[in-house]
Every structure is written in structure tokens, then in C-alpha cells.
Design a protein. Structure first.
Length: 451
């Protein structure tokens, strides 16, 4: 028999975003009590983030649409209560934490919530305690936007932890975290659970949380036929250029502080290179630099024998395809179809067969007319990876390409990497785990590059 003092009770809960014909969240049942850890699973687009938004009291106040069923969260009717009533008692750390940060530094970011709770004393203590819990004490003076992707997730978690909520909603917290940070986060989840916090966590990685999980809730989205793997349309491939690669001489990179210092390397183009390193070690910085988006603070970086700063970023787009870590930063078109085709048009390298193949391979056909910002986290990543290939570039720079993808599309990334390499593409990717089919390794540690 279920307990009568459930903190969350969902009866037939569903949600349909305004303007869409089918519900994004089907009828969902859940009864959860304090001190439990409930894990949400399901394919990309199955409604995990949508359900978390419902639990956080954001539907339909922040996301317009039609709600179904009854949802009670800590005594509040989640579909009718004022969102401010959720503040401090039920916290959502979203999949794209960057969009939630706005203060000049991490200290202020954490303190902001505490001040809004009306707290006047103990603010420093609570800020420091929260930063310590996620291992970010050394970064209290840094802007959250300059932290690495994994650190940003931890930073936003610290902001919510400081408020000591009764319910913690975590949307894919392990994606983008290195092994140490994952371990720390799991310890933290265990500690919160033992203190009576109810945790609802959406996660594609099954293993790490299993020891603490009380219940797994699997969400099923609308039945979508998974695209079968099709061979590359070879006739679409342009003749390959002779590219010699990158040469770095005495380079320093970083924003507020130097992340990579005194870097010297010769990186000839090679079918595959995997960049590894802990959170904050500089993987994203290096990939941005290789793409020509981040000039070195000191030193010289050449691409193909010419200093990168003398090359046009736009021209490089037809040679290098780039998919960064934060999907939301990249989109600028009104529909998925336009977004996919944009770089091909801009580079004068449009090829209908190629784009059709890309759209099919990345499961974008059914999403073609959607605004990119209305996609789920995994769907955005698929669009970003597909768009990086649209202009048929020879080189690909992919920053954590499998983060947030379900197992089907994680496998698709691996298969695609093998397929591309076999046909003369070079793929350089950063990842926390080492199971991408990339032969060479580059490791970043304490500001240095080890090839
Ligand atoms: N703001 C929005 N407006 C309209 N549709 C949306 C919006 N956000 C998500 N969707 C759609 O709702 C469905 C469920 O999305 P949701 O983000 O909840 O999935 P998810 O299970 O969290 O997926 P992922 O594993 O990729 O994060 C998807 O089809 C998605 O495209
Ligand atoms: Mg999601």
C-alpha cells in the first residue's frame, strides 16, 4: 500500500506544448516520498525534461500548453500554484545550466537565491558550504559563464543546494562530468537522500546511480521509427583538399585566467583524435581555438601553414565542421530544416542528397519544421552534429558529441565516426569516456597538452 504522505503525487499527468498536435508527455503516474531517489529514463524526446518542468511548477506558467491529470508537489497543485511558491522548496537544475546563470561571479550567483529567500545572515557560510559540496570553492570569484560545461552544471547545482530544497530535480546531471565529478555528485546525491531530500533525476547513464535508486520511471514518447543506418552518399563528396593541420607555438589560452599555457604542438590531420581531460582542463578551449574561434592570448597558432588570425572564419566553415558543447548557443534559424541547411548555403556547398542523408541519419525528418529551441536536449545535439556536417567539410571538431544522447544515438555517433573516417574525413572529438573509435589520443592536464 502506498504511503499517504507522498511529497509528489502524479495521477495521469501529461503535457502538450502549445501549437503541437501530440502530447510531449503521455499519461504519467508517480508517488514519491522524502528520502527517495526516482530515476527517469527514456529515449531522447520521451518527455523527461517536460515532466521535470511540470514538477517544478513551470507548466503552463512558463511553457504554454495544455496540462492533463493531477499533480501535487509538496502540497501545492503544480499546475495552478504560483511558480514563486516552488522557490526554495523544489529546485530544478536544467539540462542547459548555462541559460540559468546571470550574476558576475559564482559567489553572487549562489548568494542571489539566498538573498531572495530573505536571508540576511550566514550568506557567506551557506555559499561556501554549497560551493564546497560540488568542489568549486576555487572558482567562487569566477563568472559561471567562463567555467567549463561540467563545472557550470555543478555551479547551478550549488545555487540550488544552498537553498536546501526538500525536492531536488536534476536533468541529466552526469552528462559532461568527468569521473571525479561524477563520483562527487553521486556522493552528494546519497547525502541529500539520507537527509530526507526527495530526488528525481533524469539520466541516460544507468549504472552510476543504481545503488541509491528506489524506483525507475520509464517514459515512452510517441512511437518514432528509428532511422536505419544508410551508407554515405559517396557521389556527394567533394574532392578532398590537402590539409596539413595545426601548429601551435608558445600559446596561452583562457578567459579570466590562463587555462592552457605555453602550448606547443604539431597536430597533423589524422583520421581520428580523441581529446580527454578532467572538467576545466581546457578541452572546449582547445577545440574552439582549433576552429579559429578563440585566438591565443599569447603565441601563434597556424592552420595549414597560415596564422589562424589571418584566415576568415567563414571560409574555414567549408573545411572544418564544429559542434560545440552548448547546443543552444549555435542555433539561429527558425526551423530545424533551415538550421541544418544554413552552413551548406552560406559556404556555397549545398547538396540535396547529402542533406537528405544527414537528416535521415540523425532522425531529423519528423522534426524538420520545428523551431530548434523547442527540441529536447538530445534532439538539439543531433541537429548540431548533423549541421556540423552539412557543408561536407573535411575536418570535424566535436565537443562531447554523445552527451545527452540516448543509447541508440550514442551508437549512431560511433558508427558515424567510423564511417566518416573510412571516407577521408578527420574527426577530432573530446569525451570523458574513451569508447569513441578514434585512434590517436591527446590528454589535457594542469594546463598542458600531452600528445
Ligand atoms: N519548449 C518546447 N516547445 C515545444 N516542444 C518541446 C519543447 N521542449 C521539448 N519539446 C518536445 O517535447 C518532446 C519531449 O521533450 P523533452 O525535452 O521532455 O524530452 P527528454 O526526454 O527530456 O529528451 P532528452 O533525453 O533528449 O533530453 C520532444 O518531442 C521535444 O521536441
Ligand atoms: Mg531532457
Amino acid at each position: 500500500m502506498k504511503s499517504s504522505c507522498a511529497m509528489i503525487r502524479a495521477i495521469g499527468v501529461g503535457f502538450q506544448y502549445a501549437g503541437y498536435e501530440i502530447p510531449s508527455l503521455g499519461s504519467t503516474e508517480l508517488e514519491a516520498r522524502e528520502g527517495q531517489l526516482i530515476v527517469l529514463q527514456g529515449e531522447n524526446g520521451s518527455g523527461k525534461s517536460t515532466f521535470l518542468r511540470c514538477l517544478a511548477g513551470l507548466m503552463p506558467q512558463f511553457y504554454q500548453g495544455t496540462t492533463h491529470g493531477e499533480l501535487t508537489v509538496d502540497g501545492l497543485d503544480a499546475f495552478a500554484a504560483d511558480p514563486h511558491e516552488f522557490f526554495g522548496r523544489c529546485a530544478l537544475v536544467s539540462q542547459e545550466p548555462r541559460s540559468q546563470a546571470f550574476c558576475p561571479n559564482l559567489f553572487e550567483e549562489i548568494a542571489f537565491g539566498l538573498r531572495n529567500l530573505g536571508l540576511k545572515e550566514n550568506i557567506s557560510f551557506r555559499v561556501e558550504e554549497a560551493a564546497e559540496a560540488v568542489g568549486l570553492t576555487p572558482f567562487l570569484g569566477h563568472s559561471v559563464r567562463t567555467l567549463s560545461g561540467g563545472q557550470q552544471k555543478l555551479a547551478l547545482l550549488a545555487c540550488h543546494l544552498a537553498l536546501r530544497p526538500k525536492i531536488l530535480l536534476l536533468d541529466e546531471p552526469l552528462a559532461n562530468l568527468d569521473e571525479d565529478s561524477q563520483r562527487r555528485l553521486i556522493q552528494l546525491i546519497a547525502r541529500e537522500k539520507s537527509q530526507g531530500t526527495l530526488l528525481i533525476v533524469s539520466e541516460h547513464q544507468r549504472g552510476p546511480l543504481s545503488a541509491y535508486t528506489d524506483e525507475v520511471l520509464t517514459l515512452k514518447g510517441p512511437a518514432v521509427q528509428l532511422p536505419t543506418e544508410q551508407p554515405l552518399p559517396l557521389a556527394s563528396l567533394p574532392p578532398r583538399l590537402a590539409i596539413t593541420g595545426w601548429l601551435a607555438k608558445d600559446c596561452d589560452w583562457g578567459h579570466q585566467s590562463v587555462v592552457l599555457s605555453d602550448i606547443n604542438f604539431h597536430l597533423p590531420t589524422h583520421p581520428g583524435l580523441l581529446i580527454t581531460g578532467a572538467n576545466g582542463s581546457g578541452k572546449t578551449t582547445l577545440l574552439k581555438a582549433l576552429r579559429g574561434l578563440l585566438p591565443p592570448r599569447r603565441g601563434r597558432l597556424d592552420f595549414n601553414g597560415v596564422p589562424l588570425k589571418k584566415q576568415k572564419i567563414s571560409q574555414m566553415a567549408s573545411v572544418i565542421g564544429y559542434a560545440g558543447q552548448h547546443s543552444d548557443q549555435h542555433f539561429f534559424c527558425l526551423t530545424v530544416k533551415e538550421e541544418l541547411e544554413a552552413s551548406a548555403h552560406l559556404c556555397g556547398r549545398y547538396d540535396a542528397n547529402w542533406l537528405e542523408w544527414l537528416s535521415q541519419q540523425w532522425g531529423l525528418n519528423s522534426l524538420a519544421e520545428r523551431p530548434p529551441y523547442h527540441l529536447s536536449g538530445g534532439e538539439k545535439r543531433r541537429l548540431l552534429l548533423a549541421a556540423s556536417l552539412a557543408a561536407r567539410p573535411e575536418l570535424l571538431l566535436w565537443d562531447e558529441p554523445t552527451a545527452g544522447l540516448d543509447s541508440v544515438y550514442q551508437n549512431r555517433v560511433k558508427a558515424m565516426i567510423s564511417q566518416l573516417q573510412a571516407h577521408g574525413f578527420s574527426v577530432i572529438a573530446s569525451e570523458h569516456h574513451e569508447n569513441l573509435p578514434l585512434e590517436r589520443r591527446m590528454h589535457l592536464k594542469q594546463g598542458q597538452v600531452f600528445v
